[in-house]
Each structure stands twice: as C-alpha cells, then as structure tokens.
Design a protein around this ligand. Structure first.
Ligand code: S3P
Length: 748
C-alpha cells in the first residue's frame, strides 16, 4: 500500500519511531521522512542507516511542510511535546495530521486537551501493540509492526480524513488496524501488557534481593528467564506507563490478587484438584481463546488446514488391504467427558477420539472448572466435580462443528445454577436446536435461540426442572440424551419415547456410572436427583469411521481388510446389516465387551454388491453411514432405494442433496426424494466434488475414487479432522492414492 503523505515527521527516534521510519522505507514510501530527537547521535544514526532524510533536535524548524506528524516520545514527555507543537502549529499547513504511539491513551488525551485547549480533530491517538526489550534507533526493525495490531482511539470529534490517513500509515507498515475507545484501550492494556510487566518487574526484583540471589540467577531456568526478559524492558518508559494508567492497572492488580489468593489457598490446603483445574485451564487458555476468537478449531494442524482450505486429490485404482484400527467413537468420547465431569472421582478414559468435536466438549468442561488431564494418545483423566460442582464459564462455550456437544450440553446446562451461552461454527449455526429447546422448555427450562431455533443458545440456568413424558417427533439419540441429562436435575421421572431405536450410549454409560436408567420397549426413563460415580471407560473404534474402509474394501476387487476393535453396539450396526444384505463379504470375529459396549474385529473382502431397498428400521441404526453407503450403492448392480431418511437433510450438510450433487458430477444416476434417494449403480467417471465442509461427504467421495474412471478432486476437506484425525495417512496405508493439498480458488 502506497502512502500519499509528502512529508512524515517522527518526533522521538527510539525503537518505535526508528522502526516506523524503517517500515516506511521498506514499504516503498516515496515522500520524505524527518526525525526530531533531543539526542543528536540518534539522529545521526538514523540518517546513516538511511531511515530518515534529515532531522533536528528542535521541533519548530521541522513542523512546517509536514503532512503527518507521529509523536513517538515516552508517555510522560508527550504533554510537553504537544505544548511545543501547539506553539508552532499555526505556521504549519492546515491539513497536518497528528498521531502518537503511546501505550496509554487516557493520560495522553488529557495532555492533548491541556496543550491544545481542546482535542484537535486532526489528532488521532493510536498505539501499535509491538515492542522489544531493545531500545534506541540502533534496534530499529522494519518488520516490527508487520501482522501486529495497531489500536486507534478516535472519538466523535475526530476528523474522518485524518483517521483514514493514520489507518493507511500503519497498514503500509503491514499492521492490522482496529479501533476502540480510550477507556477500553486502557483497561485492555492494563490486563494484557501492564500487569504482566508489573509482575515481571516485581518478581525479578524480589528474587534479586534474596540472599541466595546468585544461585537463583545462576540456575535460572525457562520460566524465570522469561520473567527476566520482560523485566529487562525500559524502566523509564514503564514508570511513565504506570503513572499514566494508574487506575486501570490497580483494578487489574486487584483481580490478580484474588486469583493468587485462590491458588495460595489450594497450595496451602494441598488441594490437588483445585490446582490442577487452575493450571489446566490456564495451560489451554491461549489455544482455546484463539479458537473462539477465530471461530475455528483446537488443533494446530487442523487450524492450518482450515485457514488454508484443504482439498483431496484421489486417483483411481488400487486395492484395500491390511489390518487397521480407526480412532475412537465420537459419540462415546463426548459422553465420557460429560459424565466423567459430573461424577464423583476420577474417570480414566482410554481410546478417546482426539478429533475436533470431542475436543470441543473437553475444552468446554475446562472452561467450567473441571480438571482434565490429556489427551495423550487417547488417554484422558477427568477429575469429576459432582453433579453440582461445575462453575459458570466466563464467556460463551464454543463447541465448533459439534452438533452432539451442543444438544447434549443444552440438557446438561439447563440443570445448572448458572446461565450459559452455547455457540458453534458457521455450519453448526445453521442446524436446528428447537428439537432440544422445545422439550427442555416443557421441563421448565428458559432457553433463547436465534431465529428458527438456531444457535447460539442462551440457557438461563437456575430453573426448577420437572420430569416430562416426551414422545420424540424424530428418532434422535441427541434429543434423547439431552433430555436424560436434564432429567438427572429434574424433579421426578423423565421419560423419553423414541419412534425407532437410536444409539443408546448415554443409557449404557449412565448405568455404568451407577445412575439407574430403565427401559420398557420404546421408552427409557430415569429419576432425577441421583449421582454418578466415576468408572473407567474404554472407547471402542468408531463404526462410523470404520465404514469408509468397509465400503472401500467392499467395492474394490482384490481387497482384504481387517478393522480391529470396532464398536458393534446393536443400535449402531445398520451399516453391517445393509452391506451384508447387499452381498458384502463381511464377517465379525473376536467379539467381546469393553466397559459396557460390545466390540469386534470386522473382516471384509471384495465381493460383487447388488442394489437393495434399505429397510426403514435400519435408517436410525446407520444414520451417519449413508454417505459411504451411497458410494456402495453406486458400485452395486441395480438400484438402491432409501426412504424415511429426512434426518439426513439436517446433518453437518444436507447429506441427501450433497451426495446427489456429487454423484451426479461423477455421472451416477440418482433421483432425489424429500426423505431419501434412488441410486443406480454402474460405472462412473472422475470429477470435482464440493464436500460442503462436511467430513463424511469428503471421506465418502475419497473412497469412491477407488472405482472411478478418472481422478476425483474434493474441496473443503479440513473438517475431516472433526471426526477422523489421521484419515489421510490411514487411507494411504491401506492403498488409496490420496493427496492432500491447499485449494486454489479456480480449480485443478
Ligand atoms: C449422535 C446422534 C446422531 C448422529 C450424530 C451423533 C449422538 O444424531 O447423527 O452423529 O452422539 O447422539 P441425531 O441424534 O441427530 O440423529
């Protein structure tokens, strides 16, 4: 970005002033840059380094002809410089714009009013959030502001043209410019910058007074070194800042003292859980808040993929062979954290799915004060706080792409004494939440949703709940689970009737945690007021993730694959039943039970498939498996018909439409129905697929490529990490030719 300023005058040629000059030079700024500094040697060095065209120790001779003046002197020197400027400004051009770089804004605004008589409209107060422990023009760095934030604090009287010019000044240096009020700025900076500096100065000074200080500094390790680095900052500058921002700093210090007292108490009492909760929350805070701010994800690797938009390029051919284990079950992983958090005692989890969705649940409990160790290679320890031990989170709970988390949380949080807000990513924000909010309201909950019953959800909390007898209008395990979780906090019995059997992990796990759940036919119920006792959980591999490889092997000649330790809960085995009905060579072995859930090894070999009418009673039992099953159908002889599956329209995408579009793009004949689809099997070609950010659509078409006539390119695949981290590697390992690459906008 080119600047139109003819002459920029920088008053104060220290690190910030010098770096600004350097950044302007580096940006290709063509106008002149002059410096004013009481120290002649700084000016000489600035000229020698080519940062400024000239300079003077006096202000008056430099002001005339300047189009933009940047005050980069220490905060407490600002007033006298502004007074001097006021004296010589009459002679300067009317359009001169003034800005500053001071780290506190209230005191500088007051000083400006004192110096100029009122706040000049063409004075734009600003603060680049950048610095270094080094000082002076010798340390000038042209990249100091690149990708850093610059906060401007204009008010209603600020001239818009002047504001726009200061924006351009900083943008030319590569900075991101934003605005806030003077007061807000001073509060935010007190928390994020001034308090940490105060603590560093104080800690290092305190330790430097100890008798054994030589030992302390000799053996200073990582953490303390960071404190000493911060304490190495310019003392005079920081004295000025603490004088100028006194009130906000003191308020921030008060908050801190409360926090230290809390931790002191925990240490004194030897309260390991309290310590762990504080440390754990703190150690994940940065990642969590960055995810929340960017509305993205938890894992660095996923973040990178998400920002850059990833796509898959899959070549046809090959076969699928080997012995693999897919990651842990998503539904069970969510529930293990939820029940573990509310239990008495420590819940030890093995096989936890380290995918974005279940990590969102885990992180949300950290936000509510639960100490959670891990995950480390699928192992997580949840230090339960009991049914009433959750603490109010300090902001909205962000659950990313996870519909299960949002719906189950809605029930669980309804039972808490505090209010909460649940938010999610763009896809989740489009999904219906009325299905849980409506029955929860019948129980006495107060919940606000956005238009059309969509997220965010505001749950008022603190309401007395009463059990209900609820016949679900749709077969949904999420709704059932939500109501059972709320039911634990309700007076009397909460009964849920399901129109067709849905996954029963919640009921099984509740029983495993000693909370009685009854069932009679299509209805299950529990009585409120019970407690949960921690129990170990071994999460089986997710049959929904295994499905992609089952279909891959089923459709590809020469394939022979074993999937180990897969969960075969009877409410989840629709895919096994359907594939077997289609003629798949699929057998189960090593059947046993882990922690209340049945598991088996699944052995699949290629065999010709035939199209079938999918029995309606299998639909809820295979609800997440249809994208992959549609690929099986496209490879079967004859037509496969699915009905009674309107729920597919409200998953992470409208899966009926997304799959029909993709199949059509490959040349497969389909007929879409409101509640299903007909797919005519046969040969198909390559093509380009829009996964619509839906993990299961992306993985289904990856598998389709094995039998395609040409390459398949699948856009928007980063969300595969929500349910199946490591999918690409595993797919390659069994024989798929899959490349993951950054997307371009145009195409292949
Ligand atoms: C789930 C239930 C199903 C399923 C989802 C996970 C669960 O949703 O599609 O992936 O963990 O309870 P519905 O309850 O909306 O059918």
């Amino acid at each position: 970005m080119r600047l139109a300023e003819s002459r920029i005058l920088i008053v104060g040629l220290g690190l910030i002033g010098g770096s600004l000059a350097a950044a302007l030079r580096a940006s290709g700024h063509e106008g002149s840059v002059l410096g004013c500094d009481p120290d002649e040697s700084e000016l000489a060095l600035g000229i020698e380094k080519g940062l400024i065209d000239g300079g003077d120790t006096r202000l008056a001779p430099l002001v005339e002809g300047a189009s933009l003046i940047v005050l980069a002197v220490p905060v407490l020197a600002m007033v006298s410089v502004m007074r001097e400027l006021a004296g010589c400004l009459d002679r300067a051009a009317k359009h001169v714009v003034i800005t500053d770089v001071g780290s506190t804004k209230g005191a500088i605004r007051d000083g400006a009013i004192a110096a100029f008589g009122k706040l000049p409209p063409r004075l734009v107060l600003g603060h680049p959030i950048a610095g270094s422990e080094k000082s002076g023009v010798a340390a000038a760095n042209p990249r100091l502001f690149a990708r850093h934030k610059v906060i401007l604090t204009p008010d209603a009287t600020t001239d818009r043209d002047a504001l726009a010019r200061v924006y351009r000044l900083w943008q030319a240096c590569g900075a991101e410019v934003l605005e806030m009020s003077v007061e807000h700025h001073d509060q935010v900076l007190a928390h994020t910058s001034h308090l940490p500096h105060l603590l560093a100065f104080s800690l290092v000074d305190t330790l430097a007074r100890q008798d054994d200080r030589l030992e302390i500094f000799r053996y200073a390790a990582g953490g303390f070194r960071d404190f000493t680095r911060i304490a190495g900052s310019d003392p005079g500058m920081w004295r000025d800042i603490f004088i100028a921002n006194r009130e906000a700093v003191l308020a921030s210090l008060d908050d801190f003292e409360v926090g230290v007292a809390r931790l002191r108490h925990a240490v004194e009492a030897g309260d390991g859980d309290a310590m762990l909760a504080i440390f754990d929350r703190a150690s994940h805070a940065r990642h969590y808040f960055e995810s929340l701010l960017n509305q993205t994800s938890y894992q660095a690797e996923y973040q990178m993929q998400h920002d850059g938009k990833r796509r898959y390029r899959v070549s046809p051919g090959g076969s699928v062979e080997g012995r693999i284990r897919v990651p842990g079950d998503k539904s069970i992983s969510h529930r293990s954290i939820m029940l573990g958090a509310l239990a008495e005692g420590v819940t030890e989890i093995k096989g936890f799915l380290e995918g974005e969705d279940s990590l969102a649940t885990l992180q949300a409990f950290r936000e509510m004060g639960v100490a959670i160790e891990g995950p480390h290679q699928g192992r997580v320890n949840v230090h339960g706080v009991g049914m009433h031990g959750l603490k109010a989170p300090s902001g909205p709970l962000y659950v990313g792409n996870a519909g299960t988390a949002m719906r189950l949380f809605a029930g669980l949080l309804t039972g808490q004494a505090f209010a909460t807000e649940l938010t999610g990513d763009v896809s989740l924000t489009k999904r219906p939440m009325g299905r849980v909010a409506d029955p929860l309201r019948l129980m006495g909950a107060e919940i606000d949703t956005a238009e059309g019953g969509r997220p965010p959800l505001h749950i008022h909390g603190g309401k007395a709940l009463e059990g209900i007898d609820y016949a679900m209008p749709m077969a949904s395990a999420q709704v059932k689970s939500c109501l059972l979780l709320a039911g634990m906090y309700a007076e009397g019995e909460t009964r849920v009737r399901e129109p067709a059997p849905t996954r029963d992990h919640t009921e099984r796990m509740l029983s495993g945690f000693g909370y009685p759940v009854q069932r009679d036919g299509d209805t299950c119920w529990l009585v409120g007021g019970g407690t949960l006792t921690a129990a170990p959980i071994d999460v089986p591999s997710d049959i929904s993730s295994a499905t992609f490889f089952l279909v891959a092997a089923a459709i590809t000649p020469g394939s022979d694959l074993v999937l180990e330790h897969v969960g075969i809960n009877p409410t989840r085995i629709g895919v096994i039943n359907i594939l077997q009905s289609m003629g798949a060579d699929l057998t189960l072995s090593n059947e046993h039970e882990v922690g209340g859930e049945p598991v088996a090894d699944l052995h699949i070999r290629h065999a010709p498939l035939k199209g079938i009418e999918i029995p309606v009673d299998q639909v809820p039992l295979a609800i997440d498996e249809f994208p992959a099953l549609f690929i099986a159908a496209a490879n079967a002889e004859g037509t496969t018909r699915l009905r009674g599956a309107e729920e597919l329209r409200v998953k992470e995408s409208d899966r009926l439409a997304a799959m029909a579009d993709g199949l059509t793009a490959l040349g497969v004949e389909t007929t879409l129905h409101p509640d299903g689809i007909d797919i005519v099997g046969g040969e198909y070609g390559g093509g380009r697929i829009d996964s619509q950010g839906d993990h299961r659509i992306a993985m289904a078409f990856t598998v389709a490529a094995l039998r395609a006539g040409g390459e398949i390119l699948i856009d928007d695949c980063a969300n595969v990490a929500t349910s199946f981290p490591g999918f690409v590697d595993l797919a390659r390992r069994v024989g798929l030719s899959l490349l993951e690459e950054p997307s371009d906008e145009e195409g292949a």
